[in-house]
Write a protein that binds this ligand. Sequence first.
Ligand SMILES: [Zn+2]
Length: 310
Amino acid sequence: MTRWFIAILFAIATGGISASNMSGQSTPARPPVIDVHVHSTNTSPQDALERMKALNIRYLFVSSLKADLPIWATALAPTQFTAALVLPCDGGRAPITGRPCWDGGADLPDLMWLRGELQAGRIKALGEMSPQYEGMSPADRKLDPYWELAEEFDVPVGVHMGPGPPGAAYESSPVPFKSPKFSMAASDPMLLEEVLLRHKRLRLVVMHAGWPRLESMLALLYAHPNVYVDLAALQAPYMVPRPAYNRFVQSLVENGFGKRMMFGSDFPNLVEPGIDAIMGAGFLNAEQKADILCNNAARFLRLKADTCVP
Ligand SMILES: [Zn+2]
C-alpha cells in the first residue's frame, strides 16, 4: 500500500461518526450540544463556527450588541443561532468590555428601534439582561417595557443572576470597563418572581442558575414552570471549585429540575471544559446529560425536533 492510500484510509476512518485512534480503539462521538450562553464580545462568528464543528454544537444563543448583529447574521445561518440583545448598558456601554450596546449613551435601548428589530427578526431574544451590573433589581419598573416586548413577541429572555468578574464593583477588578454599582443583592433569583407574576407569558432563563443562591433558585423553579436555568461559567474552577460545582448541579437535578437546566459556556475557553464537566459527572445518567447538553435547550428555544439527534 502506498503512503497516500493509507492517508486516505485514515482520513475516511477519522471522518466518520466515531473516530479511531492509532491503537484501533474507537472513541465515542461527541454528544450534541446547544450553547445558550455565547457573547459576541468575546469571540468571532468564525471561531464560533469552528467550535460548533469541532465540538458537535448544533445551535447558539448569542448575546449581542447592535454593531455585532449584522456580522453574525452574515456568517451564521438562521438555523444555527438566536441573536439576542444585551441590556441594560451603563451609559450605553456593555458590561466588561465597555463597547457601545446601541447608538447613543442611554442605559436602555430605544423601544421603537427594538420593536422594529424584533419585527424584522434581526433580534430574536433579549439577553444577557444584566441589571445587576448597574445595581438594579430585575423587578425595577424601568425594565417593564422590555419584559412586555418579550411577551408580545414571544421571545426568550436570558437574565444574568449571580457571579460577575472578581471584585466587580472595585477599581481593581481585572476587566477594562468597571461596574462600580455591581450588586450581589440584585442577583437573588427570587427578585424575578415579581417580574414573572407581572408578565406570566415570559420564557425566562436564569443565567448562571443564580449561583450561589441554590435555595432561592429552587423556589423560583418550583413555582414558575416556564423558568429554565443555564450553567454558564460555573464550570470554571477559578470561579466555582469543582466539588462545589458538582454539588450545585446535583442539587438542581435531585430537586427535580433536570429537564430545565441548560448548557452554557460564557467564554470560548469554557466550552469544552463545560461539556466535559457534564459528561464526567458521575451523578448524572445518560439521559440527564443529554437533556442538559441539548434537549432542554431545544425545547426552551422551540427548535426543530431533530436538533439534538446524535
Ligand atoms: Zn452572565
